[in-house]
Design a protein around this ligand. Structure first.
Ligand SMILES: [Zn+2]
Length: 275
């Protein structure tokens, strides 16, 4: 049983603030240890539940946050960028299940450090007409490869979101959202137990299904008009309104590649103070 953990940082134990997740800050140095602790709890849990191989895909920012020297020795870690499948790199390598660890609510939604790909500038993303977090987008990529989502961890809003896009998955809320920058946090000693227990139980869901490739449509709304204009230069991307673009793709993998280009071009078009 081979398991992949897609590990993001905003939904890790204790994280509530920009500096907690921005590389180079003192707060980040502290929280990367807590983030690694959440991952280790998950690795231990899935091995207890029958996993024989675990690949951890670092999925936050420049993807160099987890401490390899502190990682459970039974796991392997994919660190650094650039990866064609991004947060889901490795899902096509024959894994039997994926965990979304440290995930967060989507752009425009209430939730600790809520966003979709860009921390700012994107006010909403829709997958086939449904508001989509990174979790919903990545679950569609997993489904395309026949890989079930076993467990999702993050704040309570992340869990509400996940219950909709991955109804069978186990859920662990490591904190209760109070605002975008505030949460009631459970200490790591307790969240480690909760994550390990849920990861163990979630292994009952592991096992590849039939791959389900399908055409998908993604729409993205920005907080400024020039970002939509910049994104609309991408072939297949159409401007739908002053701040909204959309595109169709034959598969979810193709859709995510196009989404990555759209976000990269928009990020490059953001100007300092006026956005
Ligand atoms: Zn994220």
């Amino acid at each position: 049983m081979r398991i992949m953990i897609s590990a993001d940082m905003e939904g890790a134990t204790g994280v509530t603030w920009t500096s907690d997740v921005v590389p180079g800050t003192e707060q980040w140095q502290r929280f990367r240890r807590l983030f690694t602790g959440d991952v280790n709890a998950c690795v231990a849990g899935v091995f207890d539940g029958g996993a024989t191989d675990v690949l951890v895909n670092e999925a936050h920012s420049a993807q160099r946050n987890l401490l390899l020297e502190d990682l459970d020795a039974r796991a392997r870690m994919l660190t650094g960028r650039h990866k064609p499948l991004s947060m889901m790199q490795g899902v096509d390598s024959g894994v039997d299940g994926v965990v979304f660890l440290g995930y967060h609510a989507g752009a425009g939604e209430d939730g600790v450090l809520a966003h979709t790909y860009l921390e700012n500038s994107i006010t909403g993303v829709w997958l086939d007409g449904v508001p989509a977090s990174e979790g919903r987008l990545n679950a569609a990529v997993a489904a395309e490869h026949g890989v079930p989502v076993l467990l999702v961890t993050g704040d309570d809003r992340t869990c509400v979101d996940a219950a909709d896009y991955a109804p069978a998955a186990k859920l662990v809320a490591v904190k209760e959202c109070v605002s975008r920058y505030a949460a009631i946090c459970t200490p790591p000693r307790r969240t480690a137990e909760q994550i390990a227990e849920a990861a163990n139980a979630a292994m009952a869901l592991a096992g590849r299904r039939d791959p389900a490739p399908a055409a998908h449509r993604i729409e993205v709304e920005f907080d400024a008009t020039h970002l939509a204009q910049a994104a609309a230069v991408v072939p297949t991307v159409e401007q739908l309104g002053p701040r909204r673009v959309g595109f169709d793709a034959a598969t979810m993998t193709e859709a995510m590649k196009a989404f990555k280009v759209v976000t990269a071009i928009a990020a490059g078009a953001v100007e300092g103070i006026y956005g």
